[in-house]
Design a protein around this ligand. Sequence first.
Ligand code: EPU
Length: 449
Amino acid sequence: MTAGYVLVKKSRPLQGVVDVYGAKNAVLVILTSLILTEGVSVLENVPNNADVRLMMQLLQELGAQVSFDAESKKLTVDTFGICRYEIRPDIMNKMRASILVMGPLLARFGKARVALPGGDLIGQRPINYHLNGFKKMGVTTSRKDPFVEADLSRIPQGPTYTRVVLEYPSVGATENLMMFASIGQGQVAIINAALEPEIFDLIDVLTKMGARIQILPGATILIEGVARLNPITHTIVPDRLEVGALLVSAAITGGNITVANAKPDHLDIFLEKLSDMGHTIITQRVENSWQLAPGITIKAAHRSRATSFKTCPYPGFPTDLQPLMMAALCVAEGISHVEETVYENRMIHTQELAKMGAQIAVNGTKATIRGVEALYGKDVIASDIRASCALALAGLVAFDQTTITGVHHWQRGFDQLEKKLAYLGAPIELIEDHTSGQESLPKIQILPS
Ligand code: EPU
């Protein structure tokens, strides 16, 4: 963790063309999927943020060799030397996504010993769906604090068919179970699976490795286990959440920007809500960018109108864009209603937005926002990655300056987002303070660019 802060001043309307890096939430799981292979894989368009670096460190702890060219965003991982199936609690506790090693370790070693990842401020975030699914697939789990030990000692004789019905389409549980099922003799059907774009990116990776995976009606993912999987080369799917952040930055400042390398079909409902607010959204291909790629242009209205939504699993409104959209609604004309259905406690940012002059009434997981003409810069605290972004976006329409502490959340989730916003004209800076020496940076081999 670093001290430091994000400093934001009131902005003119943002203008220009920017592109986005690969999705953090796709890279994290794809990195764990490499445990299923033995050899050298190459990932392109990998964002250089703290969560991704931590996952690289975790793979190194297991015995992999990792080199990352932070400039070209190219990551090379040699998984040949992976020889451990235990993750130290101090690494597990830093990042919830570390639980995603469990499926691949079970597939590779028949065993996994991992500490519980723990909850966080946005919610309890238990792992019961993961563990129940593993159990259905023949894994025995036991708690030996601080570890969960998982063991596949009852290796099924001959081909089997297992039906795992998820009580809720959990992203992490779908990913973990799918990776585990990819190696083996039987067929596994995951029913009521999550189908987020990051899951499709993982399916793409597993298929390149040689896995046999089909998507069937009823949000069912059918996996037929194979004997072994092979290393791959893969370009990570663009980060729809970074796209969302950039589009809201234009919406909130009344700007006109194009986000290249953005996939509109990953953001349907979010784009519809931006249109409802009076903004013009154009989906197109962009020339003169670093490559020809689909893009999204927003021509923002002078003043947004209120809109209402509730968060849902994909293709619904993404919970990770809820705080950002909330920032925009704080200065929209009229009354908006927002309901959070994914996390029981993802309204903490409303308290900080209220300090800036927003009029928000929260009742449990529901918020009513009465749009105001202006916000006022204050010292505010980020409670998670998306809250840090929401507060920075609110700072772009606030008089004076906004200082956002809890900056490690920003650094966990974004790679130079502040520089992209500044390039579009936003007065925003990330002020880092490494004198606290709190962050223990992983010793990843960083290649010269
Ligand atoms: N849940 C359970 N039991 C489980 C698993 C999940 O009760 O075994 C609950 C969670 O507590 C939560 C809900 O189900 O309330 C959804 O959790 P899910 O498993 O779908 O989420 P996740 O895999 O833990 C990923 C992203 C999150 C994103 C969610 C929802 C990664 C690394 N994280 O988390 O991203 O909010 O899906 O889309 O992929 C972020 O990037 O800021 C972030 C929090």
